[in-house]
Design a protein around this ligand. Structure first.
Ligand code: BG6
Length: 453
């Protein structure tokens, strides 16, 4: 037993991180374009101005995807490229770009997985209140309609929002991400509720107007807790921890996932947030909990948990010198197994790893290759963890590596490299890294190579 025959092997990117051309062909500004202009906000003053120049080089990039053997490519559409003011006037040239990209993918037998929103919110809508505006979910539905009308004859797989924990919690509460707001908890909760409504209305729009049958999901962060031992106590403690809300912020799993998959906010969150909660209208939860086809989540690492003597979930500790990536993220090898297991138990849909990967310090060696050994091992062990879940018959939909290529890593600028493909930002030369070659073998063997390395 291993991965099923129809398991989807892909890689992911996001518009702002790779496209460049931020002021070309009538594109409107996004909140990230504006944030990058703030002095000292992005490392070394980097911006998305050129990024990987994917806007002009997408056909070469699709060719590279084919060389790696990808079944699927998850990309996002830049909302302000298509609707410069966020609503109203459509920028045909912007839309044409995605048309050409989708055609190119299909020409190479690569299935497009389209993400409607990966953080580059239209600046013009931000000026009108952004996610705090009561019309914000309707704006998103209007934008979705434009994309569906143009692309749903060829696009059958959709993600609505990427990581609301980032663009709402970091973007509206802690100020770390664009639009860099530090709002009161109540206001951030209102923004979160509107974002959830936007997700629900986008699903309704795709189902209603899609020209072909659609598979729809979304991609919140999936924070994984794993038990530090085989004991039943630690296992229960990890499961409990993964679905608990302990802090007054919007970074948890359940604050976002329970409304979508269960149609209700989690009781512990409601209790913790108390009267900061916005008014929930009668039909809101019905809109938010539109049935989805798969359970997508971006999962990068796990949090070790054990049970204390009273049965509480507590931090299980990390050994001295534990593996860590250059981003100072812990590297935890079995996390996708535990993620698949616990998420499936709670939400009951096939698990799709919408992002998984690691930043590494990569460069082109004197032999012309990029020897990113740690990422090779990372892929090996993370995907082997997922395979363990497959062997236990946990339904799995696919795996998308983050990222296809090195790119503009938000406020870290170009200083963090996540790609299977190295990008020289001066010459825009692409070099498939050792990890890219290894991923090709994983795909070609449908994971079997992990059993016989
Ligand atoms: C995810 C995002 O959070 O992880 C990506 O969806 C991002 O866009 C990636 O590039 C890496 O995260 P970080 O925290 O290094 O920006």
């Amino acid at each position: 037993m291993s991965f099923s025959k129809d398991f989807v092997w892909g890689a992911a990117t996001a518009a702002y991180q790779i496209e460049g051309a931020i002021e070309e062909d009538g594109k409107g500004l996004s909140v990230w374009d504006v944030a990058c202009r703030r002095e000292g906000y992005v490392k070394q003053g980097h911006t998305g101005q050129t990024a990987c120049d994917h806007y002009h080089r997408f056909d070469g990039d699709v060719d590279i995807m084919k060389q790696i053997g990808l079944h699927a490519y998850r990309f996002s559409v830049s909302w302000p490229r298509v609707l410069p003011e966020g609503i109203g006037r459509v920028n045909e040239k912007g839309l044409d770009f995605y048309d050409r990209l989708v055609d190119e993918l299909l020409k190479h037998d690569i299935e497009p997985y389209l993400t409607l929103f990966h953080w580059d919110y239209p600046h013009e809508l931000f000026k009108r209140g952004g996610w705090l505006n009561p019309d914000s979910s309707q704006w998103f539905a209007e934008y979705t309609r434009v994309i569906v009308d143009r692309l749903s004859d060829r696009v059958h797989n959709w993600f609505t929002l990427n990581e609301p924990q980032c663009f709402i919690n970091f973007g509206h509460l802690t100020g770390r991400h664009a639009p860099c707001l530090k709002l009161e908890l109540g206001e951030a909760l209102l923004a979160s509720h509107n974002a959830l409504l936007a997700h629900g209305k986008a699903v309704q729009t795709i189902r209603q107007y899609g020209k072909t049958p659609a598979k729809i999901g979304w991609a919140p962060q999936g924070h994984i807790s794993y038990p530090i031992s085989d004991s039943e106590e630690d296992l229960n403690a990890a499961r409990k921890n993964m679905f608990a809300i302990k802090q007054k912020n919007l970074s948890s799993n359940t604050w976002w996932m329970d409304p979508v998959y269960k149609g209700e906010y989690p009781a512990d969150g409601l209790e913790l947030f108390g009267n900061s909660m916005p008014t929930i209208r009668q039909d809101d939860m019905k809109i938010i909990s539109q049935p989805l086809d798969f359970f997508g989540a971006n999962c990068y690492n796990g949090y070790p948990v054990k049970s204390d003597e009273n049965g509480n979930s507590v931090f299980g500790g990390r050994e001295v010198g534990h593996p860590e990536s250059v981003g100072e993220w812990p590297v935890t090898f079995d996390c996708l197994y535990w993620g698949a297991k616990f998420f499936y138990e709670r939400y009951g849909l096939p698990f799709v790893v919408a992002e998984n990967g690691m930043p590494n310090c990569d460069w082109v060696a004197t032999d012309g290759h990029v020897h990113d050994g740690p990422r090779v091992d990372f892929l090996y062990r993370n995907i082997a963890g997922l395979m363990k879940a497959a062997n236990e018959q946990i339904p799995l939909g696919g795996y998308f590596c983050w990222s296809l290529m090195d790119n503009m890593e938000w406020m870290h600028g170009y200083t963090k490299r996540f790609g299977l493909v190295h990008v020289d930002y001066i010459t825009q030369k692409r070099t498939i890294k050792d990890s890219g070659h290894f991923y090709k073998q994983i795909i070609a063997s449908n994971g079997e190579i992990l059993c016989n390395p």
